[in-house]
Design a protein around this ligand. Structure first.
Ligand SMILES: C[S@@+](CC[C@H](N)C(=O)[O-])C[C@H]1O[C@@H](n2cnc3c(N)ncnc32)[C@H](O)[C@@H]1O
Length: 273
C-alpha cells in the first residue's frame, strides 16, 4: 500500500497497521493449544510487577481486562478492585481463568468469550479502567477496537504492546534459517492512530530486568515465541542447533540463558477527560 505524503497528520496509520499484519503470516496463534504452556511460563519474568506498578486503580473501580488469558494479570488485580470483566476468544484460557478464580475463592470476576474485534460499549457497558495487556498486537480493525475501548473507559486505558526489541533472538533465528523477518507493526503506529483520533497518549517502555532462563534446550525451544507449530522437522533441528550455539550456562543457577532473550513491552496509556 502506498500513501502520498503531503501532510503527515493525514497518514492513515491504521491502514499501514492492517497491511503489515495481513502480510505477517505467523501473526495468529492457536491460544487454546498455547494456554497450558503460557500458564506454566507466566511469571518467569518481571513483566507483571512492572505493569502492576504503572496501573492506577482504586478499590471501588470496575476493570475490563481485554485478552485476559488464563488470569495471571486478571486474578491479582481482582483483589485490588471492586469487580473485573475478562474478555478472551480462547475457550481454554477462559476455562483456566475461571477454574483458578474458583480455586482461589475470587468471586468478583466475570468472563466473556468473544473476539476483541467484536466488543461493543453496548454489550460490556462502561468500566472505570480498561486494560489490554499483550493482546492488541494482532488486531486488524485496530481503530474501531480502540474507539470502542475509549468509549467504555470512564477513567483510564492501559495497553501494552511488543517493544522493538521483543523478538531479538527469534528474529536472529529467522535470519539463521535464511527467512524473511516480518515484524508486527510498531507501537509508534498505535500512538499515531490514537493521535489522529484526538487521543494524546503517554508512552513508556516497561523496565523488564530479567532475561529468560531454561532448564534445557527443549524448554528454550518451547518458550512460546518460536512458532514450533509452523516449523518442519529440519527447521526444528536447526532451532536446536541455533539455541545450543547462543545459550550459555549460568554457573550459579545451572540454567541456560542469553542476555538478549528478554521481553520488551511498551505501555501506552491515557486518562479520559
Ligand atoms: C499473550 S496473551 C496475554 C494474556 C494476559 N493479558 C497477560 O498479559 O498475561 C494474549 C491473550 O489474548 C487473547 N487474544 C489474542 N487475540 C485475541 C482476539 N482477537 N480476541 C480475543 N482475545 C484475543 C489470547 O487468547 C490470549 O489469551
Amino acid at each position: 500500500m502506498k500513501q502520498c505524503i503531503e501532510n503527515p497528520n493525514e497518514l492513515k496509520w491504521d491502514e499501514f497497521w492492517a497491511s503489515e499484519l495481513e502480510q505477517k503470516k505467523d501473526r495468529g496463534k492457536d491460544w487454546d493449544k498455547a494456554a497450558e504452556g503460557f500458564h506454566k511460563r507466566a511469571k518467569k519474568d518481571d513483566y507483571h510487577d512492572a505493569l502492576f506498578s504503572k496501573l492506577m486503580l482504586d478499590e471501588n473501580d470496575s476493570l475490563l481486562d481485554l485478552g485476559c488469558g488464563e488470569g495471571s494479570i486478571t486474578l491479582p488485580l481482582a483483589l485490588k478492585v471492586r469487580k473485573v470483566t475478562g474478555v478472551d476468544s480462547s475457550t481454554k484460557m477462559i476455562e483456566l481463568l475461571n477454574q483458578r478464580a474458583e480455586n482461589k475463592g475470587i468471586d468478583n470476576v466475570k468472563t466473556i468469550l468473544k473476539p476483541l474485534e467484536d466488543i461493543t460499549y453496548e454489550e460490556v457497558e462502561a468500566h472505570d479502567v480498561v486494560l489490554a495487556s499483550r493482546s492488541l498486537n494482532g488486531i486488524i480493525p485496530i481503530k474501531k477496537t480502540l474507539e470502542e475501548i475509549n468509549k467504555i473507559a470512564n477513567k483510564y486505558v492501559f495497553i501494552t504492546l511488543f517493544g522493538p526489541e521483543n523478538w531479538k533472538i527469534e528474529g536472529e533465528f529467522n535470519e539463521y534459517l535464511g527467512r524473511e523477518n516480518k515484524h508486527f507493526p510498531g507501537h509508534n503506529y498505535l500512538f499515531n492512530i490514537l493521535f489522529n483520533m484526538g487521543i494524546y497518549a503517554n508512552v513508556e517502555r516497561l523496565d523488564i530486568k530479567a532475561y529468560r532462563e531454561y532448564d534445557s534446550i527443549e524448554e528454550a525451544m518451547d518458550n512460546g515465541k518460536f512458532r514450533l507449530d509452523l516449523l518442519n522437522y529440519e527447521e526444528k533441528a536447526k532451532l536446536k542447533e541455533y539455541l545450543e550455539k547462543i545459550l550459555s550456562k549460568n554457573p550459579e543457577t545451572g540454567k541456560l540463558y542469553n542476555k538478549k532473550d528478554k521481553a520488551d513491552w511498551i505501555l501506552i496509556w491515557w486518562k479520559k477527560e
